[in-house]
Design a protein around this ligand. Structure first.
Ligand code: ZN
Length: 338
């Protein structure tokens, strides 16, 4: 079973209604009261704004606006969702289609809780990559933040990528050294540099971009998606909080229809309260084997006296660098969850 799938099931155990993780498994047979929408067109949700969902239909490419059908109840529809749409799907101005079903999500990222909403709600669905954008200087990189974003990606079954910007201001070597042992692909950019390497990583994927104010994320998106017109006046710390950050993700199609990027303005981290050391470990297949003989409840940190990971290093089966990097992100998780 894939990690992503296992994660989706874990979410389903918590609250299947909220996550909509498994709507495909129907425990009750369809009746006249529960119409079959399997023939309805499928669209991707690009934006969510006050109960209106901008969708692009997969087959026709038509852009339309839809509302949630009543039968969906409180079930959330979020950016990246694949939804079945009925009614007026012409996309003509003034028309409003109806979303009647949400397809099972392959992955989910949660927004963090804040003063306005103490619940970690899903914010992006079906992404398979998370590109963490960090400047090398001005503002300086924050490894702690990068580590927490990595944890969110690993837990969700999403492949992380690190994009280091402003290489004209500082050398990337130190940061690369921190993340290379984890196997995270790293791309380095500077103003005006070619983005071929970034393009290549994004082709045929759905990639969420996340990064702090001033790291150049909007600039990067504007270059990747000409005409995207993402505001480079980033959401300030003062106004970013308390606004409807759960509705601020936006899906943008790459030129040529070769993939999607999802911008998350105002998002600086994803919810981690449900994440465990084991779910992070699950993203590191080679390490799992070494932890089989760990004492019960081992958190695989430096403080664990008999962790199998130390034995693996002693036996030359695991590099100290990879263990140190893994432990750093587990520690980031443990600190986060207190
Ligand atoms: Zn251990």
């Amino acid at each position: 079973m894939s990690h992503a799938r296992r994660t989706a099931e874990a979410y389903a155990d918590i609250d299947p209604e909220k996550f909509g993780a498994r709507p495909a498994r129907r425990t009750r047979p369809r009746t006249k009261d529960r119409p079959d929408y399997s023939d309805a067109e499928v669209g991707r949700v690009l934006t969510v704004d006050r109960g209106r969902f901008r969708c692009q239909m997969l087959d026709s490419g038509v852009l339309l606006t839809a509302a949630k059908a009543r039968q969906l109840g409180r079930k959330g529809v979020i950016v990246g969702d694949l939804v079945r749409v009925v009614g007026d799907t012409s996309g003509e101005e003034g028309t409003l289609a109806r979303i009647v079903e949400v397809e099972p999500r392959s992955t989910v990222l949660l927004r963090t809780a804040d003063d306005t909403d103490p619940t970690e709600r899903p914010i992006v669905a079906n992404a398979d990559q998370l590109m963490i954008v960090s400047a090398l200087a001005d503002p300086p990189p924050r490894p702690g933040m990068i580590d927490r974003l990595l944890v969110a990606a690993y837990d969700a079954g999403i492949s992380p990528i690190l994009c280091l910007t402003k290489a004209d201001l500082a050398e990337p070597d130190e940061i690369i050294e921190l993340y290379e042992p984890l196997g995270v692909p790293v791309v380095v950019t500077e103003p005006g540099s070619q983005l071929d390497e970034v393009d290549e990583l994004l082709v045929d994927h759905v990639t969420v971009l996340v990064g702090h104010s001033g790291v150049g994320k909007s600039t990067l998106i504007n270059r990747l998606v000409p005409g995207a017109d993402r505001s480079t006046a980033e959401v300030s710390e003062a106004t970013g909080r308390g606004r409807h950050t759960s509705t601020s993700a936006v899906a943008l199609q790459l030129p040529g229809g070769s993939g999607w990027v999802i911008d998350t303005p105002g998002v600086r981290s994803f919810g981690l309260s449900h994440v465990t050391c084991e779910s992070v470990l699950g993203a590191f297949g080679d390490l799992t084997e070494f932890t089989r003989d760990c004492p019960r409840g081992c958190r695989h940190t430096d403080e664990e006296p008999e962790c199998g990971l130390d034995e693996a290093v002693a036996a030359g089966r695991l590099t100290p660098g990879r263990l140190a990097s893994f432990r750093r992100i587990v520690t980031a998780l443990l600190e986060q969850s207190g």
